[in-house]
Write a protein that binds this ligand. Structure first.
Ligand SMILES: NC(=O)c1ccc[n+]([C@@H]2O[C@H](COP(=O)([O-])OP(=O)(O)OC[C@H]3O[C@@H](n4cnc5c(N)ncnc54)[C@H](OP(=O)(O)O)[C@@H]3O)[C@@H](O)[C@H]2O)c1
Length: 294
C-alpha cells in the first residue's frame, strides 16, 4: 500500500487493549501489526510478554492503559469483569471511545453504556487465529459517530459491520448466530453418530454434510422473505411432509441405539406448528412456535 498522510494518520491512532486472554492477545497483535501504537493491560501481567516484545507498551494500571488510547478495546471473560476493571476509571474514559468485545447479553451491553458517553459494543465471529484477516467478521452497535470515527482501526481486526445505535444489537446478533452454529453442529454430530452406527466414518459423512448445509442456506434466504411477509406458502414442501420424514430420523436413532432427544425435539416443534393450525404451510411457519404463539 502506498503511504499517504491519510494512511499514516489512520495507523497512528493510539489503541489500548484491556484483557490479554486468547482473544485479547490476538486483538492487540492485529493492531500492532497494522502499525497502531498499542498499549495493553492484563490482570496477570505475564501474558503481555510476547506483545511487549513485538512493540506494545504494558501499562502499569487500567487507568494508565485507558489514558494511553483514544480507542479503548476491552475483551474479558464477562460483563462483570468489565465493570470490575473499568468501573473505577470513568474519568479516564471520558473523551475516549470504549469498544467492548466481551461476549454477553444485549441487556449487559446496554448497562455497560453507563461507563462512558462514547460506547460501542461488539461481537467477534471468529477464533483468535483469524483475527486481522478479512474472514474474521465483527459485529458492532452503539454510537454511530464513534463507529464512523474508528472504522479504519476496527477494520484492522477483520470485516466490521455496524448494526445501529442500539448498543444491545450486536450481542443479539451474536447469540442468534451462535445458536445457528450450535444447532448446525448438533445436527452434524447426531448424523455422525447415526452413520457411525453403520461403521461410516465422520470424515466420510463430512463432505456430504457441508454440501447439504450449503443447500440449506438457500432455504434460509427463501424463508426469511416468507417470515418478513408473514405468509408461508408451501412452495417447496409442507410441514406435514417434513413431519413424516422426521419420524424416520427418530426411528432410525432409536433402532441404532443412539440418543433420540435431538430428533424428538425437532419432531415436537413441527407437531406444535400443526396443532396451532399451520397445516399446508411451509416449514417457515415454525417461526410462530419460536415466537411463542403456537
Ligand atoms: N476465544 C475465542 O475464540 C472467542 C471468540 C469470540 C469471542 N470471544 C470472547 O472474548 C472474550 C474473551 O475470551 P478469551 O478466549 O480471550 O478468554 P480467556 O482466554 O479465558 O481470557 C479471559 C480474560 O479475562 C480476564 N479476566 C477475567 N476475569 C477478570 C477480572 N475479574 N478482572 C480482570 N480480568 C479478568 C483474564 O485475565 P487473567 O489473564 O488475569 O486471568 C483474561 O485476560 C469472551 O467474552 C469470549 O466469549 C472469544
Amino acid at each position: 500500500m502506498n503511504e499517504t498522510p491519510h494512511t499514516t494518520e489512520l495507523r497512528s491512532e493510539p489503541v489500548t487493549v484491556i484483557g490479554l486472554g486468547l482473544m485479547g492477545q490476538a486483538l492487540a497483535a492485529a493492531f500492532l501489526a497494522a502499525g497502531h501504537p498499542t498499549t495493553v493491560w492484563n490482570r496477570s501481567s505475564g501474558k503481555a510478554a510476547e506483545l511487549v516484545a513485538a512493540g506494545a507498551v504494558l501499562a502499569p494500571s487500567p487507568d494508565a492503559a485507558v489514558r494511553a488510547g483514544s480507542l479503548v478495546v476491552v475483551c474479558l471473560s464477562d460483563a462483570a469483569a468489565v465493570h470490575d476493571v473499568l468501573g473505577p476509571h470513568r474519568d479516564a474514559l471520558a473523551g475516549r471511545t470504549l469498544v467492548n468485545l466481551t461476549s454477553g447479553t444485549s441487556e449487559e451491553a446496554r448497562e455497560l453504556t453507563a461507563l462512558t458517553t462514547s460506547y460501542l459494543d461488539g461481537a467477534i465471529m471468529a477464533v483468535p487465529e483469524v483475527i486481522g484477516r478479512p474472514e474474521a467478521f465483527l459485529l458492532f452497535s452503539g454510537e454511530r459517530e464513534a463507529f464512523d470515527r474508528h472504522r479504519a482501526a476496527l477494520q484492522r481486526l477483520g470485516t466490521a459491520t455496524y448494526f445501529g445505535e442500539d448498543p444491545g444489537l450486536a450481542a443479539l446478533y451474536d447469540v442468534a448466530l451462535l445458536g445457528l452454529m450450535w444447532g448446525t453442529l448438533n445436527a452434524f454430530l447426531h448424523g455422525a453418530a447415526l452413520l457411525g452406527s453403520a461403521k461410516v466414518d465422520a470424515s466420510a459423512f463430512a463432505p456430504f454434510a457441508t454440501r447439504w448445509v450449503g443447500s440449506v442456506t438457500e432455504f434460509i434466504t427463501a424463508y426469511a422473505g416468507q417470515i418478513d411477509r408473514g405468509a408461508y406458502p408451501p412452495e417447496d414442501a409442507t410441514v406435514e411432509t417434513h413431519l413424516a420424514t422426521m419420524k424416520y430420523l427418530v426411528r432410525e436413532s432409536a433402532a441404532a441405539g443412539i440418543d433420540t432427544d435431538w430428533p424428538a425435539r425437532i419432531q415436537a416443534l413441527a407437531e406444535r406448528a400443526l396443532a396451532a393450525g399451520h397445516e399446508g404451510t411451509s416449514y417457515a411457519s415454525l417461526i410462530e412456535v419460536f415466537r411463542g404463539r403456537a
